[in-house]
Design a protein around this ligand. Sequence first.
Ligand code: MG
Length: 207
Amino acid sequence: MKIICIGRNYAEHARELNNPVPGKPVVFMKPSTALLVNNKPFYYPAFTQDLHHELEVVLRIVKNGRHVQPEHADAYYEEIGLGIDFTARDIQQACKEKGHPWEIAKGFDNSAVLSPEFISKSELDTNSIKFELKKNGETVQSGDTSHLLFSFRDIIVYVSQYFKLQTGDLIYTGTPAGVGPVKVGDLLEGYLHTKDGPQKLLHCNVK
Ligand code: MG
């Protein structure tokens, strides 16, 4: 399986990092070894001094496909989860300045936190899913998929032109504004709002 990630998919977040708002999806990947599941703790890596949280809505792909047409794209996912795209911002910045790929800043071990639970899309308005990240009990990121620059459908159509989608692939759809540093001892909690109110889908202790 592969972990496909979309960068700069909320305009406010692109602006907070002084990045241009993209005209096409910004795509990168993490290896399968980046996955951190079952609410296991995350151990702060020694190679960064500026680790950031990025809470994102995650799609799990349920069938194989390439060159997916827009009218078929919604059939490629059934459930919605949450993830944290942990980013070594200091390393990413150095990579960007040199024009280098940023995998070491984004794809390191355990950098892709994934919620144990996913919510059926039938229980959600996928065009307007509200979600939020609490750090030590305080909301630091809140997003709404109605603000996505590239919708779930756009992402699936675009990505599948280049990479065959396969059952089990994950798509991290981008983070809203409010990214920031984490430190050892922090508790991160991700909430997704359903018709029944906010549901806590993930938590992560930083050790
Ligand atoms: Mg991200």
